[in-house]
Structures are given as structure tokens and as C-alpha cells.
Design a protein around this ligand. Structure first.
Ligand code: NAD
Length: 478
């Protein structure tokens, strides 16, 4: 497959070979900036999935026996190819997913960094030696869990695929990856870097398909030992039930609805300059997007004014236009869902201070700010996953923490304050997998990333991300 991944070349990769249409069913691919159908992606059939499973079983035996240094060399070479091919991969990403081209380039760079980081971290999958009488030994070793089904979503199609592939491959697992059918070009071109770097046949397969068919088929197979999914809470619960039948290891990175606590002692202008671009990054389609803004009464009005002014000025358009700061939503489902949430909120008394409407052509929705949103409006409990900020005021820190923790989700949370003691207390009290204080830099290679409560479990990132693909074994010798 050429690095540029022409749409005519959309393919699956199974057992070291690329496979195109050849009688397979196909699914449409759309350009979210226009709504036009731009390609057809081949969908794996049952025979393809069986071939992928057989290959992954063989690939695992080969790869786990490969020296960790040799594995790392291939992963680092792949990272280098990703960097060299950034422009081609980023262009496909913007075309299929809509995000602005600068964000697409940054996504490729961050993905390459994950491969470099895990290529090194895998060398530190140390076990331990237990204290025993002279001449006896009890040791604990860590081994790769086995072939992995990696199911990744469309909002960061390259990065979230890399977050599964990099630690799994570094740990010595083989993988069957199913990226989203909305973005087969960028994920295919990205995956090609691994193949071109010399990954042996069978170690990693790439399939697209009908998501329910693929996940049922793979999870039911005894070959698959681990399921890693990023996506919505309902789909995560469904996959957990499937995995329970085979008692399979799982990592679930599900939705959030991130609270942002704005205290009167923050630097308000600086805070606004940070939160507004973060809210509208990737058109809000980010599992850790700052979304529920709780603002201390004393600064509520100036916060709303500053936010609305900045949101109204944000250039929205085609992601390829260098002036654009927010592109379209990724698929047709999103504007429909957001429109319904916004109209429910306003019908219940929320005030629209910026945006609130769809935009002509493609899947665009205006950067939107809703104020005084009633707690019982749908949008206060259902993650909008789009360019909408919802706001309410609070009287004191206890109320702010109670509001932040009121949902059954806990992925990311943020707070803005210049008071160090308050920052420490918030870090302790907020129920979330990641807390950013005066910072949004929470998705980094060397730190764990994952949720609590119904946002899921297991980590992607950091040494914990490698642990997700390792099992322990205790060996006792008398
Ligand atoms: P959805 O619930 O239909 O799908 C979510 C993801 O799961 C998609 O990538 C989809 O391809 C995949 N999927 C769906 N059914 C599946 C199945 N049976 N087996 C395997 N994979 C399956 O919803 P959607 O319209 O694509 O997205 C809507 C919601 O999903 C968003 O509002 C957001 O809450 C959540 N989401 C979260 C993330 C994240 O990063 N955590 C990413 C994408 C979507």
C-alpha cells in the first residue's frame, strides 16, 4: 500500500498481505466537510476474520519469542516512518474526520512518540525474586497476555489506535486491530508504517467490518486473550458482556463528561484563553473535553462574557484551510445528537450565549455556550461529544466538588485556581482518572490515562499501559 493511502487502495491487512475489495461488501466513507461520499471501504467477512485469528495465533508465538530489543528496533523504525509520512497521514485524517490539519499533524506526532516510548518501556517489564531459604527460588515473571482485539474509535483515529498498538506490540502481543470504518485511509496509512518497518507477518492485522460482527466473532474466539476498546459507555458494557463469556482481560476507555471548576482566584483571562480553544479542539469530540463548567459566583458573569466573545470569533470551516480553528463534526450522527441536546436544554430554561445552530453543508455545528443550564437537562448528564460548553455557577468549594462528582462517570476533570491548598484538596476529592489543575496536558505517553466509575478501567499510557498487556506468573522451585 502506498504511504499516501489513496482511497482506491483502502485495504485490510491479514497475515502479512494487503487485501482489497475482491467481492467483499463495502461501506461508504464520507467527507464531513461536505457530506459527500468519497470512497468505499472493504468490510471483512467471516473467512477474513478466521484468517486474521489464525495469523494472530501464529504471530503471537513468533513475536513473544522475539528479543525485546529487536521488537523495539522495529517499533522505533515505524515511529520514524510515521514522522516522515506525517503530511500524507494527516491529510487523510483531516479529509475523513474533519479536524483541522494542524491538529491532525500533532496527532501523528503524538502517535509516533507512543511507539518510541513503549519500545523503551517494554525493557522494564521486570518481575521480582521473593525471599526464600538458601537454595530455593520463587520468582514472579511477566509475560505478554496473548493475541489482542483492539477496537478503536473515530475521534482520534490514529492516536487511539496507536495507544493500543504501541504497548501491545511492545509487550510481545499480536493484535487484530479494528479502527473505525469512518476513517480507513488515515488508519491504513498509519498501520502501513509498521508493516514497512519490518513487522513480521501475522503480528498485526488490520480489519474493517460491521462493528458488531467483528467484535462478536473475535471476542468469541479462544485465540483472543484480551479486548481493548475505546468508545461509548453502552458499547463498552455490551463488549464486557461478550468478554465475560470467555473470561477475557479487558481495557475499557469509555465516555466522560468532564467537569471544569473555575474559582474566583484563578487568572481569569489566562484561563479563558486556555479553556475556549480546548473546548472546541476536535470540535469537542474528545473523551476528556472540558464540558461541564462550574464557575464561582463572583466571576460567573465575566467568565460567560469572555467565553462567549471568544467562541463567537472562532473561525469554523474546512480543516484544510490554515485559518480554520474548528472543523466539522466527524459524522452525520453528531450534529443530530447535539441539536437534540441543545434544544432540550433551552426548552428547560438554559440561555444560549454563543452559537446553538447547525451550519450549512457538511456536518458543522457552531461553537456553542449555554448558561444557567438546569441540572435535570439531558446535556448535564449525557456527554454532548461536540462543540458545546454548559455552565452553572456555584457558591463554595463543597458545592463545586459535589457537582463535579454527581455523574456515574469519572474520566477527566479540571480546575482553575491559584490557591495551592485548594488545588491539593481538589486533586484528592474529585472522582476521575485524570485531574488537570491549571492544565489540559493530561494525555501524555508517560502517565496513565483511563477512567473510574462507568468511564471504564485499565490504563492506556505510562507503565500502567504496558501492564494492560502483561500477565504475571509465579514460579516456585524447592
Ligand atoms: P456508538 O456508541 O455507536 O459507537 C462508539 C464506537 O464504538 C464507534 O467507534 C463504533 O465503531 C464502535 N462500535 C459500535 N458498536 C460496536 C460493536 N458492537 N462492537 C465494536 N465496536 C462497536 O456511537 P457513535 O455515534 O460512534 O459515538 C457516540 C458516542 O460514543 C459519543 O457520544 C461518545 O460518548 C462515545 N465515544 C467515545 C469515544 C472515546 O474516546 N471514549 C470515542 C468515540 C465515541
Amino acid at each position: 500500500m502506498p504511504a499516501t493511502g489513496y482511497y482506491a487502495d483502502l485495504r485490510l491487512h491479514i497475515d502479512g498481505a494487503w487485501a482489497a475489495g475482491e467481492g467483499r461488501d463495502t461501506g461508504p466513507v464520507f467527507d464531513p466537510a461536505t457530506g459527500a461520499e468519497i470512497a468505499a471501504v472493504p468490510l471483512a467477512n467471516a473467512a477474513d476474520l478466521d484468517a486474521a485469528l489464525e495469523a494472530a495465533e501464529r504471530g503471537f508465538k513468533l513475536w513473544r519469542a522475539t528479543d525485546v530489543e529487536a521488537r523495539g528496533t522495529i517499533l522505533r523504525r515505524a515511529a520514524q516512518l510515521m514522522r516522515e509520512r506525517t503530511e500524507a497521514i494527516a491529510a487523510l485524517l483531516t479529509r475523513e474526520q474533519g479536524k483541522v490539519i494542524a491538529e491532525a499533524r500533532a496527532e501523528v506526532a503524538g502517535s509516533a512518540q507512543l511507539f518510541d516510548w513503549y519500545a523503551e518501556e517494554a525493557k522494564r517489564a521486570y518481575g521480582r525474586v521473593l525471599v526464600r531459604p538458601t537454595g530455593q527460588r520463587s520468582i514472579v515473571i511477566r509475560q505478554p497476555v496473548g493475541p489482542v482485539a483492539a477496537l478503536s474509535p473515530w475521534n482520534f483515529p490514529v492516536y487511539l489506535l496507536a495507544k493500543k498498538l504501541a504497548p501491545a506490540l511492545a509487550a510481545g502481543c499480536s493484535v487484530i486491530a479494528k479502527p473505525p470504518e469512518e476513517t480507513p485511509g488515515c488508519t491504513g496509512a498509519f498501520f502501513a508504517c509498521l508493516i514497512d518497518a519490518g513487522l513480521p507477518a501475522g503480528v498485526a492485522q488490520l480489519v474493517f467490518g460491521v462493528p458488531d460482527h467483528v467484535s462478536r466473532h473475535l471476542i468469541a474466539s479462544p485465540v483472543i486473550r484480551k479486548v481493548s476498546f475505546t468508545g461509548s459507555v453502552p458499547v463498552g458494557k455490551h463488549l464486557l458482556k461478550l468478554a465475560a463469556d470467555g473470561v477475557k482481560r479487558t481495557t475499557m476507555e469509555l465516555g466522560g463528561h468532564a467537569p471544569v471548576l473555575i474559582f474566583a482566584d484563578c487568572d481569569l483571562e489566562k484561563t479563558l484563553d486556555m479553556v475556549v480553544p480546548q473546548k472546541f479542539r476536535n470540535a469537542g469530540q474528545v473523551c476528556v473535553s472540558p464540558t461541564r463548567f462550574y464557575v464561582e459566583e463572583a466571576v460567573y458573569k465575566p467568565f460567560l462574557r469572555g467565553f462567549a466573545e471568544r467562541a463567537a470569533k472562532l473561525p469554523v470551516g474546512d480543516g484544510f484551510d490554515p485559518a480554520t480553528r474548528m472543523g466539522p463534526l466527524a459524522n452525520r450522527r453528531r450534529p443530530d445528537a447535539i441539536e437534540a441536546l441543545v434544544s432540550d436544554a433551552t426548552a428547560n430554561g438554559a440561555r444560549t450565549l454563543a452559537g446553538g445552530e447547525r451550519m450549512a453543508d457538511g456536518y458543522f455545528f457552531q461553537p456553542t455556550l449555554l448558561a444557567d443550564v438546569p441540572v435535570d437537562a439531558d446535556i448535564m448528564s449525557n456527554e454532548p461529544f461536540g462543540p458545546v460548553a454548559v455552565t452553572r455557577s456555584f457558591a463554595d468549594m463543597d458545592e463545586a466538588i459535589e457537582q463535579a462528582n454527581r455523574l456515574p462517570y469519572g474520566l477527566a476533570a479540571f480546575a482553575f485556581t491559584e490557591n495551592g491548598r485548594r488545588a491539593n484538596m481538589l486533586g484528592d476529592a474529585i472522582e476521575a482518572g485524570m485531574v488537570g489543575i491549571n492544565s489540559f496536558a493530561i494525555s501524555v505517553a508517560d502517565a496513565p490515562f483511563g477512567g473510574v466509575k462507568q468511564s471504564g478501567f485499565g490504563s492506556e499510557g505510562g507503565s500502567e499501559g504496558l501492564d494492560s498487556y502483561l500477565v504475571t506468573k509465579a514460579i516456585h522451585q524447592a
